[in-house]
Design a protein around this ligand. Structure first.
Ligand code: NAD
Length: 358
């Protein structure tokens, strides 16, 4: 580690931004130097708790500072590209919350800006840092499942929890549970399968339970502009198929919130179920032993998440090896989410555009 501390600025102080700020503050040689948020009390409280010298209510003022090395973007989705591009053009490295952007075109402009500025652009996919997911990834890498040819992944919420916020305005969020939760599951699947090339998408969206509940409460369901259930089938160049699903409200046999993924391979299957954000999920390996079905439940490590992402981002910035981190993985996921929405809209299977290489 060289002498001067790395100076970080964080835009947005919802759950995500506070988590970023705390993660930076916990790293040696890193200083949280500026925060920006539009809730003055929260800004003052977090600033005071973490000893942050510069507090702003508008992101433009934070990005204009010439004393920051890195900027975290934890603002609503529609602001991601504006903040990130401005920060990259000003020479900062950027850690951006998922989804990379409102849509793939905006995501592409962020990747282009990172290349032009020769800076790091990194999308936060924190769930792949979980101990259970890391264990599963190691098992896949060791060949435990053989060749993976079919995957099912779903993030299911039984009840709507995002309320009357930017999340339900299409021009602010880019969509509903698919772009919000589905992109996490898509990341897990692509990460666990070591980045297969997705070629075709057949998507669906529904908006049933949330609009009905808004109407039942005397509200205007038209104010709810996004889906409450979405997903689809993805085809890959290798022939593997992927089924993806995400809901903010669904009658389903779960208590509240469940993330589940099953990888089906030629030698076995692995199912990971994480109920209600449990720090360690249940990992089940299904194989044949002596021609008989057998189940194994590995004891998985607890924890892992945002702090690991922030630490990896900081390590990449310090390494000087910036060319390997231009946000292309985040863009790839945005392209697939776009294709699923496009397919649902057209009511037919669509090509998934090739994002090219940054
Ligand atoms: N990786 C994860 O697990 C995870 C979890 C939650 C949210 N997120 C992502 O983080 C982002 C923020 O989500 P959230 O739930 O924290 O949202 P939020 O609405 O709770 O917080 C948004 C923050 O952005 C600030 N903001 C808005 N406009 C601003 C402006 N012009 N200048 C400065 N600050 C401004 C708000 O004041 C607020 O502090 C989203 O992209 C979301 O998808 C990721």
């Amino acid at each position: 580690m060289s002498g001067a501390p790395l100076r970080a600025g964080v835009v947005g102080l919802g759950w995500a931004g506070v988590t970023h700020a705390e993660a930076y503050a916990g790293l040696p040689g890193v200083e949280v130097h500026a925060l920006a948020a539009q809730e003055p009390e929260r800004l003052a409280a977090v600033g005071d708790r973490l000893g942050v010298p510069h507090l702003h209510t508008d992101w433009e003022d934070l990005v204009a500072r010439d004393d920051l090395d890195v900027v975290s973007v934890a603002a609503p989705n529609w602001l991601h590209d504006r903040i990130a591009v401005a920060a990259l053009e000003a020479g900062k490295h950027v850690l951006c919350e998922k989804p990379l952007a409102l849509d793939a075109a905006r995501g592409r402009s962020m990747v282009d800006a990172a290349v032009a500025a020769d800076r790091v652009l990194w999308t936060v996919f924190n769930h792949r840092e979980r101990g259970d997911v890391r264990t599963l990834r190691r098992y896949v890498d060791e060949g435990g499942l053989g060749r993976i040819y079919h995957v099912k992944a779903a993030w299911t919420r039984r009840r709507h929890t995002v309320g009357d916020t930017w999340f339900i305005r299409r021009d602010r969020s880019g969509g509903g549970p698919l772009i919000d939760l589905g992109v996490h599951m898509l990341d897990l699947v692509l990460h666990l399968m070591d980045e297969p090339v997705v070629t075709r998408a057949s998507g669906f969206t529904h908006a049933e339970l949330v609009p009905a509940s808004i109407a039942a409460a005397g509200g205007d369901p038209a104010g709810y502009e996004v889906e409450d259930l979405a997903g689809g089938m993805l085809r890959t160049r290798s022939g593997a198929s992927i089924y993806l699903e995400a809901s903010w409200a669904l009658h389903a046999p779960i208590s509240g919130n469940e993330m589940a993924v099953t990888l089906h391979g030629t030698k076995g299957a692995a199912t990971l179920v994480i109920k209600d954000y449990a720090p360690a999920g249940v990992l089940q390996i299904s194989t044949d032993v002596a021609g008989t079905p057998a189940e194994t439940f590995p004891v998985v490590p607890r924890g892992g998440g945002h702090s690991d992402v922030v630490e990896k981002f900081v390590t990449a910035v310090r390494s000087g090896e910036w060319g390997a981190h231009r946000g292309v993985e985040g863009l790839r996921r945005s392209i697939i989410v776009d294709a699923l929405y496009r397919s649902a809209e057209k009511d037919e299977e669509v090509d998934v555009a090739d994002e090219g290489e940054a």
